[in-house]
Structures are given as C-alpha cells and as structure tokens.
Design a protein around this ligand. Structure first.
Ligand code: ASP
Length: 587
C-alpha cells in the first residue's frame, strides 16, 4: 500500500494498491455506483464505490467536505470517461476500504469551484475559502515568488536578518500601532511601519548586504491595495549607488517572474523622471501598458473666447490638459455627462469634451471651439476621426492629476489594461520634500532619511522645496510596488533635515537619539529599497484586491472577521497595563 496525494495517480500506477487522504470534493451516484472526487492540496482523484462492496453503505452517507481515507486499486477509466482537465483524469481508484476521519457541517458556500461569494462570508469562513482553487493557487504562487526572491538575494551575497516587532516608532508617514508595556507602565512600543532605521543600523553594524521578507504595520485607512499589516521585501546595501540598487532590484523582479510565472522579461524597465511622469501621465505611478499620454494644450486657448480656458492659459500656474479617448466619438451626450461626473469624483471641476465624429464635431463647449482650436487639439493629441478629446482646465498640478486619473479610466473602458501584461517602470528624481497641504511646511516625499542629490545640500536653507532626492519608485501596471533611496549617512545632515521638518532639538534626541549616535560611529554610505510583496503577488496572479493574496486578511474596516478582532479584553489585563477605557465611541 503506497500513500499518495490526490494529484498523483497516473496510468503508470494502474494495478497498484494506494492510500488517499482528503476531502469529499463532489459525490455523484450514477448507474448504481458512487463516484467521489477526493481532494487535497495537490489535486483531485476520482474514487469509485461498488454496490457489492461493504464500504458502499458508508459511502452513501458521505457529504461534501467530509474528510476520508481510502485504500484501493488504481485502474484505467473506461474509454470516453476520461477527464482531460484533471492530471489524474485517466485513472480512478476502486475503493476497497473507507475510513471517515471527520464529518463536515454543510459549508456556507460551495468549495469545489470558484463561484462568486460575498466577501464578508468568505472572510468569516476563511479556512473554507482557502480550500477553494483560487486561493490555493494564489497562496502557492505567492510562496514561489517569495522563494525565488530569497534565492536571488542569497545568490548575490545578501543575508536575511530579522528585525524586532516591538520597537520605537519609525516614521513612514502613517500612524503607529502601539503596544502598551506592562513592565514599564505608561510607556508604549510601536509596531514597525518598516524596518527602516534598523536596516540602516545594520549597515552601520557592518552587514553590507541585508534583506528581509519583513512584516510591517501601518494604522491607516484601508484601500484595495492596503492592509493594516503587510509584507515587504526589504533591502539595504552599503557603499552603493542608486544605479546599483536599480539594477539589482530590476534583476530580482525578472528572476522572480521567470521562476514563479515562467515569464521572461527581456527589456530594461523604462525610466521616467518624476517631473516627466507627472507631465506625461499625471501620476507618479503611471500605467505603461498603454500610451494615451497627456498633452498640455494651454497655448491653443491663449486668445480664445472661452474664458475658463483662457484664464488658465494666461496664468503661468494654470493649464489646460488634454486626454484622447480612442473611439470616444461614439459616446452619447448622456455618456459624456456621466464621464463629467467621474471627473468630479476624481477631484476635477468637470471636463470639456469634443467628439470627432465622421460627419460633424460635437462639443460641450461648441460655442467657443473654433475650427482652428479643434484641428490644433486633434494634432496635439494625435487624434483621429472617431476619437473624443477630454480637456481639463485648472491649476496645473490639479489638472494633471485629474487628467491622469481619467487616462486610466479611458484605458479601462477601452480594454487597454491587459491583466496578462506586466509593465514595470522606474520613477526617479522625486522632490525631497512636498508642501504640506494644511500648513504649507515641507514634509518628506519619502521619509526623512532620504538623501538629496549630492550637489543640492546648499538649497536646504534657501529653497528646500526645490531639492531633488536620490529617491526612486518601482511601478507596475499603475501600482506603486515600492520605494527606496540613498540615505543620509551623516549625523549633522540628518539633524538639519529633522530641524527643517520642525522637530525640536529635544524631540530629535528623544525620538532619534539612538540613531544619530549610531551615525557618529563611522557610517558607510548606503541605500536600499522595499517592495510590497502582497501587491506584487496580487498583480502577478491577476487579482484586483490584495486580500486575495493574503491568507488571513482584515476587511475594509480593519477587522479580522474570522477571529473577530479587535475585541474587548478583561479589565484585569487593562489594570495590569494601567490602562482605562474612557469612552468607546472615541468622542
Ligand atoms: N522604508 C521604506 C518603506 O517602507 C523603503 C525604503 O526606503 O527602503 O517604504
């Protein structure tokens, strides 16, 4: 008797006596026989119960998801009954003995297929959802990807070092999750938003090449591509240039794609400077699976009667930005009205459309659009008859941002976002600081440990917002996969950045004293990057939601639906921590 997995039996095994263990995937009673598909992590095998056999009566009681063990002989399926979709589809097992390990209650949704099921229900019964083919496939692919990444870095002399979960806050721009200390009452650990400071300290500690498949926690509002806790490939290298980091990470991605997906990416990832990406795509994470580049068409309206456009054209801070909608001339007025609403949801003031129909040109601003305007727009946007043009007028960055979102929307509607294509791209030369929308003060575009370009330190006092950083992002299909930078490795410069960010001397000491001290003991120049593994796996398997590549995700309200967490704790535990809940509503 050989023990086999449910994906193993083949014609070569015919005649062999085998043991199978697994779940009842399906049961069919047919022509006096009972057919059961038995399933485990490797696959499905058909087993057959003969009415003459003593196990038959027991087999009649089998229900979906009961867990069984069978002994029996492998035989060829009769001609015409083979199943080409199954790897085991040419054979079946004639059951000699059945043992029922455990019984299943009727599951709240079918397990054998991938029928659409309400996601809350899937998350509440995650163990059943995970049994289904889609999540089995996703988790396996994710594993293969992580394994490939680990092998790649190991091969290049990196070592994986675990960093702690209970740390002091590392700012990555999100809210910290806090853990109260019992031994040191009234004080808190922070869960890592990333291992940023620790990996920099590992460079100071002389490890040279660090990587980690690291868990990170950020208490921020959730979106389709965000979870409160996530996994990232975290990398740091001493004595490296930006170019070396980019080449390394690019090779890692190509290697992982080849190993895990069998896909060869031969071309170099395109590189875009941040300012260029904003101007051409209205986004710092452009989706390069399609063209449809934005065009600034302000000049066309320099002497227009159309006041709104002319005003933006005259104002050096304003702009009119155009997007081409291939085939968009076929849209009705009502469709364009709906599109205008979409533009408003994207934060725009609205849009002006021009439909380049075969017979006539229609426009929401027909009164003001001269023939010259239309023909200039047509050539600026490389449009053809049958296309529509969408125009956005606003302060330049706002117009670009809305037009960029509309570019993605148009591509979606035109079917240009092929999930089977993978368009990686680098975005480089980010600004070092952004202006905080509320206070107007500079805030780090990446994090405060990012180095500016070497030749720009003198701008720090004069014009910090003009400084460019040695900061790069890797983008895939319109998602930001991850960010990295060359770091500041000099305590004095690091202090200056903190001071510029408005962190007082005392706070600097309190929050970052340990790190500044470490920088004082001979810190090598260093840099690195982190890539979101969940996001990577999501795009690789063609899912649209990060929850579908995470075994036990939280829902949109950051709840674990299966364990029902977060939850209340006994008063005794709160007392031990000197904590008291004053008002659960948080008001
Ligand atoms: N710590 C950064 C992050 O988590 C990545 C890096 O700069 O290496 O986004």
């Amino acid at each position: 008797m050989t023990k086999k997995t449910c994906g193993a039996a083949r014609v070569a095994d015919v005649g062999a006596a085998i043991e199978l263990n697994g779940w009842v995937n399906r049961r069919r009673d047919h022509g006096g026989l009972i057919f059961v598909d038995i399933r485990d992590h490797e696959g499905v095998t058909q087993i057959v119960f003969d009415p003459q056999h003593p196990a038959f009566a027991q087999a009649e009681t089998l229900r979906h998801e009961d867990v069984i063990r069978v002994h029996g002989a492998v035989r060829k399926r009769p001609a015409g009954t083979q199943n080409a979709k199954l790897r085991t589809g040419e054979v079946e097992v004639a059951v000699a003995e059945l043992f029922i390990h455990s019984r299943s209650t009727v599951p709240p949704f079918p397990i054998a297929g991938d029928e659409a099921v309400d996601e809350n229900l899937r998350m509440e019964y995650r163990y059943l959802d995970l049994r289904r083919p889609r999540l089995q496939r996703n988790m396996r692919l994710r594993h293969n990807m992580v394994k490939a990444i680990r092998d790649f870095f190991d091969d290049r002399g990196f070592i994986e070092i675990e960093t702690p979960m209970l740390i002091k806050s590392t700012p990555e721009g999100a809210r910290d999750y806090l853990v109260p200390s019992r031994l040191h009452r009234g004080t808190f650990y922070a869960l890592p938003q990333s291992p940023q400071l620790l990996k920099q300290i590992l460079m100071i500690a002389g490890f040279g090449r660090y990587m980690q498949i690291a868990r990170c926690m950020r208490d921020e509002d959730l979106r389709a591509d965000r979870q409160p806790e996530f996994t990232q490939l975290d990398v740091e290298i001493s004595f490296c240039t930006q170019e070396e980091v980019l080449e390394l990470m690019e090779s890692a991605m190509k290697f992982a794609w080849k190993r895990a997906l069998g896909e060869e990416i031969v071309h170099d990832f395109p590189r875009l400077q941040h300012a260029d990406a904003m101007q051409r795509y209205g986004s710092d994470k452009p989706d390069l699976r399609f063209g449809l580049e934005l065009r600034e068409v302000s000049e066309i309206f320099a002497s227009s009667e159309f006041k709104v456009f002319r005003a933006q054209s005259d104002d050096p801070k304003g702009a009119v930005i155009g997007v081409r909608y291939p085939g968009g001339a076929a849209l009705s007025r009502r469709d364009f009205d709906a599109l205008t609403e979409v533009a408003k949801q994207f934060g725009g003031k609205g849009l002006v459309w021009i439909a380049l129909g075969a017979g006539e040109t229609k426009s929401s601003a027909a009164k003001f659009m001269t023939e010259e305007n239309v023909s200039a727009l047509r050539s600026a946007l490389d449009a053809q008859t049958g296309d529509a043009l969408l125009l956005f007028a606003d302060e330049r960055s706002a117009a670009l941002a809305v037009a960029g979102k509309m570019r993605n929307e148009v591509a979606e509607r035109c079917g240009l976002r092929d999930p089977q294509r993978f368009a990686f791209a680098w975005v480089t030369d980010f600004p070092l600081f952004e202006r905080d929308e509320e206070t107007g003060a500079p805030t780090p575009a990446h994090h405060p440990f990012t180095a500016p370009r070497d030749d720009q330190w003198d701008l720090l006092d004069r014009n910090p917002l003009a400084m460019r950083a040695q900061h790069y992002d890797l983008v895939l299909n319109g998602w930001e996969l991850g960010s990295g930078s060359i770091r500041i490795h000099n305590a004095e410069f690091q202090r200056k950045i903190f001071a510029l960010l408005g962190i007082s001397g005392e706070q600097i000491e309190d929050r970052f004293g340990f790190f500044l001290r470490a920088l004082d003991y001979g810190a090598p120049p260093h840099g690195g990057m982190a890539l979101g593994i969940d996001r990577l796996a999501m795009i690789a398997v063609g899912e649209e939601n990060i929850r579908d590549v995470v075994a036990f995700p939280k829902n949109q309200a950051a709840r674990d639906m299966m364990m029902d967490a977060p939850s209340h704790v006994p008063d005794r535990l709160l007392r031990e921590l000197s904590l008291q809940i004053k008002d659960e509503t948080g008001k």
